[in-house]
Design a protein around this ligand. Structure first.
Ligand SMILES: Nc1ncnc2c1ncn2[C@@H]1O[C@H](COP(=O)(O)OP(=O)(O)OP(=O)(O)O)[C@@H](O)[C@H]1O
Length: 688
């Protein structure tokens, strides 16, 4: 390697920055010119369009059509220049963060690829295959994978990391060993942000392996709190979009997380994605994709946690419906429907019965029995639609005759026909809707019949009658729908599930089944379950399993405390801080005030055992500490520096200072204490 001294590296950085600035200025001019061109083209077209009517014969329309491809090319060109402009602008303050010397060549690594005038690579995007070597734990003879899957040998002579701020080189480190290095320590000690950070310059080898798994590989990643799972999910999105730019657009990627906060984060955390957004939903929101279930009231996951905590007796039915045992029997039940047991709902129109359930049953089991179940149901829908059209015609004719035979003048014939037509459609509106939504299949009944246990079945019947669907009912009902109708979303090619331990097997397979064209990266931690009821471990067939060991979030002291709750769960790669403070306070509000007054704290989360206690605390504290916000279930923006929240909303986030109140509530539930305590990066107060 050209062993550059600090001065030489400073010089190299300066030249790079100068190049980026000049390049950026040039792009800015080009961009402005293209913009002007597009604007004047558009104006010309608008004028053409305005004059088309008057001048149609003169051939203007042809001129207008001829201009379209030109406009399109200019716009594509503009988008390209604009993206480059943004990239160079973004990279000026920090063009690169690392360098490796591969087979004698220096490779600088940053968050985007930059070429010089001769088309040589000045900076390599961190997602390029060769940049993977930067994240290895060693130097020497190594290899990296290229997109076709083959491996390339390379000799890495050195690795250098840079701290660059405002285009200036502050420090550099040479390190063969990557773990526990100074840059990582710097990153960990800087806990000034409450948002997720871009960890690109310090991705660790075990993390790099997850990020760079092949697109089509299903992967299950388990790791303790703070091991970077959420960060990895985001970096993996950036990686996949880069590596598969020809086939993947952001809308082909879906992130399923406990709350929909990531769209607020994504553009900040991953500026290299630019303006693009990936889809982000919750399991609950999946229901919205199935209009069949509209008008049914389903409990939310938080409502479910609250209810089951208050009423432990209701946990048995939750456990049953979320169990593998029930899932297997549901599967067998669905398999038997080809021969018996299908349930239909008769459809009505305004005058009475549109079609009875017995008739539907006959069509399904007699006339169409040679077809597979899904095909039978689709065919029934077709038939019902023809029946609908015929009925509309019948009613329309009758109505027309009726209108036409009236003595007084009520309109021209065609008007009477129109009126008769809309009358007929209106008569059958409800039936039409039911057909379109497949409501002639009685999913509720099927669901009830799939429950073998009589007691559970009766309880389910009672709550369904009251339109009171529980959270644990969502997955089986969706599963039945998806299974019977083969429903799926083809557009999604990769799904990332965060906090995967929160889902039962049946929920997981609903997601797998619905996004059946997609491969999955599922990340979680079996030790971080806060749901009051138990469930079976996830069965993830054909998944590569990765285990992360190290944790980067909390101080060594907090991590030691976490290890006392769940033995040997965390390898701390962190910094020292103060001891975890356990306080016994009669008046905990006063204690909290003291804690909040004591120091200048960048962020504080006060975690309470219930919504009621959060509300009460909020009203007590808000006079003196108006900066606090009382977090609500429906809030999607968690980027608040001072919040009060009930424990079940705290998953996945981190705060400099965490105050746990009312912890007696989870006295024998170390795993809840584990999740809550691991939200703290620096200071943890436990008020018993
Ligand atoms: N390689 C890394 N370099 C620097 N910081 C890192 C690295 N990996 C993770 N971190 C930091 O550690 C903290 C925890 O990361 P993250 O929230 O992604 O962990 P997690 O595994 O999802 O945690 P949890 O299970 O508690 O939700 C974040 O502040 C993140 O920026």
């Amino acid at each position: 390697m050209a062993h550059l001294s600090l001065e030489e590296e400073k010089q190299h950085l300066m030249l790079t920055v100068d190049f980026l600035k000049a390049y950026n200025t040039k792009l800015s001019l080009e961009r402005d010119n293209l913009k002007k061109g597009i604007r004047s083209n558009r104006e010309a077209i608008n004028e053409e369009v305005a004059s088309i009517d008057a001048d149609f014969e003169s051939g203007n329309i042809h001129q207008f059509i001829q201009m379209l491809p030109e406009l399109r090319t200019t716009e594509v060109n503009f988008n390209f220049i604009d993206a480059m402009y943004r990239r160079t602008k973004r990279m000026i303050p920090k063009p690169y963060f690392g360098k490796i010397t591969v087979d004698g060549e220096d490779i600088y690594i940053g968050t985007g690829t930059i070429r010089n005038k001769d088309n040589d690579l000045l900076i390599y995007d961190w997602r390029t295959p060769v940049a993977s070597l930067f994240y290895e734990n060693e130097t020497g003879a190594l290899s990296y994978t290229i997109p076709d899957g083959s491996r390339i040998d390379a000799n890495v002579a050195g690795r250098r990391q840079f701290i660059v701020e405002d285009s200036k080189l502050q420090k550099m480190f040479d390190s063969d060993m990557y773990i526990g290095d100074e840059i990582l320590q710097n990153m960990i000690t800087d806990s000034s942000q409450s948002k997720l950070r871009n960890i690109v310059s310090t991705i660790q080898q075990e993390q790099n392996e997850v990020i760079r798994q092949p697109l089509r590989q299903d992967t299950l990643v388990y790791g303790p709190p703070g091991s970077g799972k959420t960060s990895l999910a985001l970096q993996r999105i950036a990686f996949l979009l880069y590596q598969h730019k020809d086939i993947l657009e952001p809308e082909n990627i879906l992130l399923i997380s406990p709350n929909e906060v990531f769209n607020d984060y994504l553009s900040d955390v991953l500026p290299e994605l630019g303006e693009k957004h990936v889809k982000n939903i919750t399991f609950y929101r999946l229901l919205g994709q199935f209009p069949y279930f509209k008008a049914r009231r389903f409990e939310t996951v938080y409502g479910n946690i609250r209810r089951l905590r208050e009423d432990a007796r209701a946990q048995d039915i939750y456990e049953y419906k979320s169990s593998l045992r029930y899932f297997r029997s549901l599967h067998a039940f669905l398999g038997s429907l080809a021969d018996q047991g299908m349930e239909f709902r008769g459809l009505k129109d305004r005058d009475g019965i549109f079609i009875g359930k017995e008739k539907l049953h006959d069509i399904f089991y007699k006339e169409l029995s040679h077809h597979p179940v899904t095909k039978r149901l689709l065919k029934i829908k077709e038939r019902l639609l023809s029946l609908y059209s015929a009925r509309v015609a019948e009613i329309r004719e009758a109505r027309f005759m009726e209108l036409n035979s009236q003595n007084k003048y009520i309109g021209e014939k065609h008007q009477l026909r129109e009126e008769a037509h809309s009358y007929a459609k209106n008569q059958l509106k409800q039936a039409h809707k039911q057909i379109m939504l497949f409501r002639f299949i009685h999913i509720e009944k099927l669901y009830i019949n799939s429950i073998e246990d009589k007691g559970f079945r009766n309880r389910t019947v009672r709550s369904i009658k009251e339109n009171d669907f529980k959270y644990e009912d969502i997955a089986p009902m969706l599963y039945i729908y998806i299974h019977l109708l083969g429903a799926h979303d083809r557009s999604v090619q990769h799904v990332l599930i965060d906090e995967v331990q929160d889902y039962s097997n049946i929920q997981y397979y609903v997601m797998r089944h619905y996004y059946r064209k997609a491969s999955f990266t599922s990340l979680g931690d079996p030790n971080q379950q806060i749901h009051p009821a138990d469930k079976d471990a996830l069965v993830a067939k054909n998944h590569v399993q990765k285990h992360l060991e190290r944790s980067y979030r909390s101080t060594n002291q907090i991590n030691a405390f976490l290890n006392s709750l769940v033995p040997d769960s965390i390898q701390s790669v962190s910094v020292d801080g103060e001891e975890v403070q356990k306080l016994h306070a009669r008046d905990h509000t006063e204690k909290i005030r003291e804690i909040l007054r004591a120091q200048d704290r960048p962020q504080v989360a006060i975690i309470t055992p219930s919504k009621e206690s959060a509300d009460a605390l909020y009203s007590e504290l808000s006079d003196e500490f108006p900066q606090f916000r009382n977090l609500q279930e429906k809030d999607t923006l968690y980027n608040q520096s001072f919040i009060i929240l009930p424990y079940y909303l705290s998953k996945g986030f981190e705060y400099n200072t965490v105050v746990l109140t009312g912890t007696a509530e989870y006295e024998n539930e170390d795993h809840i204490m584990y999740v809550l305590s691991s939200r703290a990066t620096r200071h943890l107060y436990i008020i018993e």
